[in-house]
Ligand binder design. Sequence first.
Ligand SMILES: C[S@@+](CC[C@H](N)C(=O)[O-])C[C@H]1O[C@@H](n2cnc3c(N)ncnc32)[C@H](O)[C@@H]1O
Length: 232
Amino acid sequence: MKREIIITADGSSTIHIPEWDEQYHSKHGAIQEAYHVFIMHGLYHFISSEGVSESYKTVSEVSILEIGFGTGLNTFITLLETEKLKSNIDYTGVEGYPVLADEINALNYTQTLNAGNRAKLFKAIHNVSWEEKHQICDGFTLIKRKQFFSEIDDTEAYNIIYFDAFGARVQPELWTESVFKIMYKALKTKGILVTYSAKGSVRRAMQAAGFTVERLPGPPGKREMLRACKEA
Ligand SMILES: C[S@@+](CC[C@H](N)C(=O)[O-])C[C@H]1O[C@@H](n2cnc3c(N)ncnc32)[C@H](O)[C@@H]1O
C-alpha cells in the first residue's frame, strides 16, 4: 500500500496510508499522543504503581513489548525517558511490515523532540539488526522482531505492552479476544497494556481475554483511551 509522510497538529510527522485514510499516529499530534498514551499512562503509571511490589521497585527492570514498532517513535521517546528513570528498560518491538529507510529519513522526530546529541540514537534504533538484542545506550536494550502479531508466543515476559496497531476500523482482526489472549499470556502478573483506542467492542474483547480494564482521559482529539491490567 502507498505510504506518505504528513505533518500532524503538534508539528511532528507521521505516515499516512491514503487507501485506508489511516495514520501511524494521531493527526492531532503524533508526539503528544505517544507521550500521553504510552509514556504517561503506560510507563510512568507502571513505575509509580502501588500495585508494583517493593522488591520489584528495587530490581528496576522494566520489559516492554510494542505491538507495531512502525516508525520507532514510541521506542525513541521511551529511550529518551530512560535517563530520567532509575529503571533499565528491555524493549521488544514487533513489526510485520518494516518502514523503509527513506521514510525514516523523512521523519522529523529528532528535530521536533530537540534530541540534540541523542539524535544518533534514533538512527541506531533503526540501523541495528533485527532478531537480536542490542544495547542502544545505558539502561536501554532493544530487540526488533519481524513477526506478525498472531505469531507472538511469549509467556509472562513483559511488564507493559504498548498496543499500537492500526485502528479497528481498518484492521478489526487485531482487536479481538484471540489477539488479547496472546497479549495476556505475554504479560507478567500486574502487567499492563495501554492503547489509544476506547471502543466498547475493544474493551469487551480485553475483558473476555481476562483483563481488568479502565477508561482514562485520551490524548488531544480523543475523549478516552484504555488501560488493561493482568491482575493475577
Ligand atoms: C499504528 S502503526 C504503529 C506505529 C508505531 N508504534 C510508531 O510509533 O510508529 C501499526 C503498525 O503495525 C504494523 N502491522 C499491521 N498489521 C500487522 C500484523 N498483522 N503483524 C505485525 N505488524 C503489523 C504496521 O506495519 C504498522 O507499522
